[in-house]
Design a binder for this molecule. Structure first.
Ligand code: PLP
Length: 397
């Protein structure tokens, strides 16, 4: 295998930093090392950069600058949204509605809250991974304080009916959070037309640095303290307007802002380019390989996501064999998730465990070329053929 030509097709797991983002990051480490809370000029220079970066990040989702709160990750943003709303509003109610296919950054805080006396509804999804908005509305009670439904799923790429959910939440006066870690920067998002109150995003999914995230918190009438309806989870200094203490990572945040700028510039063209490549891969795999089917919705899916099940073989074996050929993809099979169970998302859309074990997720990005896609499509079928010959799982058994 020629490592220098490694074909990375796992952009949903994380993205490499864009060279332009690295340049901004490297300069920022030197130029904006000051503590943005310090009164002197070095601190104020960092504080100014922070304001500018907040403005750029807000503009991608049509938000107000002061409604952006920087965090360390998508996971932290999800936790702040869910735990923060639960803690602050527990006197008003103890019911939260979410879906069964959320990322663990949402599922696990919900499960923690459930153990602490909250009532959580985990909505089921259909075979495409879509929630049913009628079921969502029927689940609302006078104790419901939060609806948290992901914008797009990280495994199967399905895009949820966010506008409809936002309208329902608004009508019932319930706070609406969406985990947009996979959608942010890839498809247009307008928090106002969608009636989203809280939105999580992460820099490392859009060619920015790891360890930088943000939570959008709609201001509901209190200028100084945007998150009147959210309780902070960390206690310390007054950073991020008392919502998230700790000395602010201005270099990382300015690099995040650069990544957002690039995403904004290229979104329209990149969406089209990746959709063509995505559909070409889906068509080729389901044509070239017997007993191979698509997971997720055929059209309501992220432009960069392909997820297929290749029956009678194990996902891990395909991932390892592809890696040997210099190609990086992922699977929803058991070992890769470090647990004995296959992906909860694939089981929730109704896959049999053995078909979930045979899943392969191929996610494309800015540096994916047609040539790379063709190479992958050439290498996979013989790997499948070889593994099937050795497989104890056979058709009709
Ligand atoms: N939510 C979704 C949908 C994700 O895909 C991920 C990461 O894979 C996260 C949350 C967690 O983000 P982070 O890695 O920034 O903590």
């Amino acid at each position: 295998m020629n490592k220098s030509k490694y074909i990375y097709l796992d952009y949903a797991a994380t993205t490499p930093m864009d060279p332009q983002v690295i340049e901004v990051y490297n300069k920022s480490i030197n130029n904006f090392y000051g503590n943005s809370s310090s009164l002197h000029s070095i601190g104020q220079k960092a504080a100014k950069k922070l304001v500018e970066s907040r403005e750029v990040v807000a503009s991608l989702i049509n938000a107000e600058r002061n409604d952006i709160f920087f965090t360390s990750s998508g996971t932290e943003s999800d936790n702040l949204a869910i735990m923060g709303v639960a803690l602050k509003n527990k006197k008003q109610g103890n019911h939260i509605i979410t879906s069964s296919i959320e990322h663990h950054a949402v599922l696990n805080p919900c499960e923690y809250l459930e153990k602490s006396g909250f009532d959580i509804t985990f909505l089921p999804v259909n075979r495409y991974g879509l929630i049913d908005t009628t079921e969502l509305e029927a689940a609302i009670t006078d104790k419901t304080i939060l609806i948290s439904i992901m914008f797009a799923n990280n495994e199967i790429g399905t895009i949820e009916p966010i506008k409809e959910i936002g309208a329902i939440a608004k009508e019932h006066n319930i706070i609406f959070h969406t985990d947009a870690v996979q959608a942010f920067g890839k498809i247009p998002i307008d928090v106002n037309t969608l009636n989203v109150d809280l939105l999580s995003a992460s820099a490392h999914k859009i060619y920015g640095p790891k360890g930088v995230g943000m939570l959008y918190i709609r201001n509901k009438g209190n200028r100084e303290r945007s998150g009147k309806y959210i309780q902070p989870l960390l206690y310390g200094g007054g950073h991020e307007r008392d919502m998230r203490p700790s000395t602010v990572n201005v270099p990382g945040i300015s690099a995040f802002a650069k990544a957002v700028e690039l995403a904004k510039e290229e979104m329209s063209d990149e969406r089209k380019r990746l959709t063509v490549l995505r559909d070409f891969i889906i068509h080729s795999l389901t044509e070239k390989i017997d007993d191979c089917f698509l997971n997720g919705h055929p059209t309501r899916r992220l432009p960069n996501n392909v997820n297929v099940s290749i029956q009678y073989i194990e996902g891990e074996s395909m991932v390892l064999d592809l890696d040997f050929e210099g190609i990086g993809v992922s699977t929803g099979s058991a070992c890769s998730s470090k647990s004995l169970d296959p992906s909860h998302v694939l089981l929730a859309i109704g896959l049999k465990p053995q078909d979930a074990h045979g899943s392969l997720r191929i996610t494309l990005g800015r540096f994916t070329s047609e040539k790379e896609v063709n190479y992958f499509l050439e290498k996979l079928p013989p790997i499948v053929q070889r593994l099937r010959k050795m497989s104890p799982l056979k058709k009709n058994t």
